[in-house]
Design a protein around this ligand. Sequence first.
Ligand code: ADP
Length: 334
Amino acid sequence: MSGELSPQATPSEQGYEGALRPGSLAEFVGQAKVRRQLGLLLDAASMRGHTPDHILLAGPPGLGKTTLSMIVATELDKPLHQTSGPAIQHAGDLAAVLSALTPGEVLFIDEIHRMARSAEEMLYLAMEDFKVDIMVGKGAGATSVPLELSPFTLVGATTRAGLLPNPLRDRFGFTAHLEFYAEDELASVVRRAAGLLDFALSEQGIDEIASRSRGTPRIANRLLRRVRDYCLVHETPGDTESVRAALALYDVDANGLDRLDREVLRAVVERFAGGPVGLSTLAVSVGEEAETIESVVEPFLVRTGLLTRTPRGRIATRLGWEHVGIVPPPAASG
Ligand code: ADP
């Protein structure tokens, strides 16, 4: 997958992302239901003067989980401590974070499904009773010492809600499932970001970027920055033509497919007569890791109706054949 359409942020992008993050629920585009639910939870907590229930944000990368955790802290007017599952490899790592929290602080744990098991168990008690048991000493002489914590709000984010153990999932009072964004919502994201970057982009240009962004604000913002670079260097106005030329340079087609997406689709159609073809055979045929095909390429091709996954293997739909520019045989599905 070329970098342009990856839903993950590269380290060098994080500065840009910070500048484009909406700072309040009112500025957060789309996800209307989640915004209303979260708004109610936060308002009620503020009115009662209590910390709100713990919040789980579930959904694919790039849809606004980190942004929402920051908004929760801002709306509660409390500091935010950010960490991630992979950074918590021992219960001790978590104990250090929890014991340093100030009253009401918001603790954001990204990729919470990747936290160490021992830390997970410590987190259950911390979430429920704002307490942890710290083990002191080793072997037969080890004793557990209870430690009171300041009340805090945990915001957990996960791309794989199904991987969370039930006891952990049950301790979140509110779970928000973030959905891919509709094109008009993505257009609002692009319009807002273009304004912040002081880049004049036509309405058609905005729509053109939105339609190629795979339902993902992070990708929309990234494509916007590439178009802005293109217009600066080529001294062209921010119109549809510039958007098309810039995105053609990065191999992003009109439906938001990149080179690898098209190669996979083309392989299914041309080399395997439309399928069914197994994942590993397909991966070898395009010279890519099976994992990349399964986690990045396929979900988008399936979501856009170009490919289906069946127990017998991957099959190109009628739309998939047409996308590759080949008339499907009468039996092609979809
Ligand atoms: P996640 O944590 O789910 O991977 P982020 O919160 O880091 O995603 O969001 C990625 C980028 O997309 C950020 O730059 C953010 O500004 C932008 N973004 C995400 N959701 C929205 C939204 N609803 N409105 C405007 N921008 C958004």
